[in-house]
Ligand binder design. Structure first.
Ligand SMILES: NC(=O)c1ccc[n+]([C@@H]2O[C@H](COP(=O)([O-])OP(=O)(O)OC[C@H]3O[C@@H](n4cnc5c(N)ncnc54)[C@H](OP(=O)(O)O)[C@@H]3O)[C@@H](O)[C@H]2O)c1
Length: 265
């Protein structure tokens, strides 16, 4: 049973894993969809299935978001399609190897996708949202945004960008009816792990969440108006303490004089 029409959601990385589940859940919630990823065949199979299941309009835009011309095509869609009310910046890839075992060109490609594409798509979407009186952005970060020691450092840093960029956006757009959510999944059972270099079967099962559970939890966080959602975090007080510590630091970070402990003897 489809719900009331919510406008159109553009979902990047919708051909598999977390993005494909967002697409399905959002169609069920009443969104029309624009699905973006490189694999055109997978996108059109998903589009056909979701239209059949939900009756929603589902378009596909095959694009390599690491490629400037392709990225510009998707930016143009976000700038011109006035029906878009939600952007899910989900496309991304990671690595599990440390610096000494990683290829710098692959790291560059990771930054191009996880950072540059996400930033440019956000810049393409936000002015329209503001002009039309509202909208929402869901940015898929990762727990490595706050725990970069766990996986490849460039991957962690790219997701820290996603988190801090989202934090700043939330602040800038607070009075403009544009919702911003950052989702920080822990290990989730998708093709991500094969691409990253460690098959998901090699991880302890107790730390791996099914992608459906992850997305449903993230959407529950979205519905509750949360900014940062960590689906696996049982004790929400821990995240609050982390944020409270950050807020306590903020007024103390810029002063005319160095701190006493740095004064020359
Ligand atoms: N799985 C986890 O444990 C986990 C944990 C935390 C965060 N995340 C984040 O969740 C997001 C989704 O990952 P996933 O776990 O669902 O993995 P996934 O199944 O590998 O999905 C990645 C998606 O991104 C697309 N993509 C990759 N490179 C692209 C490019 N150059 N241009 C356009 N689309 C591209 C892929 O489609 P094509 O190959 O068709 O382009 C695919 O649809 C990522 O941002 C990832 O960092 C995952």
């Amino acid at each position: 049973m489809t719900k009331q029409h919510k406008g159109t959601a553009l979902v990047t990385g919708a051909s598999s894993g977390i993005g494909a589940i967002y697409a399905q859940r959002l169609a069920k919630r009443g969104y029309d969809l624009i699905l973006v990823a490189r694999n055109a065949e997978r996108l059109s199979e998903l589009a056909t299935r979701l239209t059949k299941e939900t009756g929603r309009t589902v378009e596909t835009v095959p694009a390599d978001l690491g490629n400037k011309a392709d990225l510009a095509r998707v930016e143009a869609v976000l700038k011109t399609d006035r029906s878009i009310t939600l952007l899910v910046n989900n496309a991304g890839f990671g690595g599990t190897a440390p610096l000494l075992a990683s290829d710098v060109d692959k790291m560059q490609a990771m930054v191009d996708l996880n950072v540059t594409a996400l930033m440019r798509l956000t810049y393409a979407a936000v002015p329209g949202f503001v002009a039309r009186g509202g909208g929402a952005i869901i940015n898929i970060a990762s727990i490595v945004a706050i725990a970069p020691e766990i996986l490849n450092g460039v991957y962690g840093a790219s997701k820290a960008f996603v988190l801090t960029f989202s934090q700043s956006l939330k602040h800038e757009l607070a009075d403009k009816n544009v919702r911003v959510q950052a989702v920080l999944p822990g290990a989730t059972a998708t093709e991500f792990w094969g691409v990253a270099g460690t098959p998901v079967e090699h991880l302890p099962t107790e730390i791996v969440m099914q992608a459906e559970d992850m997305v449903d939890a993230a959407l529950a966080g979205f519905d509750q108006g949360e900014f940062a959602t960590i689906p696996a975090l049982e004790d929400a007080g821990l995240l609050k303490a982390y944020e409270d510590a950050r807020q306590a630091l903020m007024p103390n970070l810029s002063r005319s004089a160095p701190a006493a402990r740095y004064k020359a003897a």
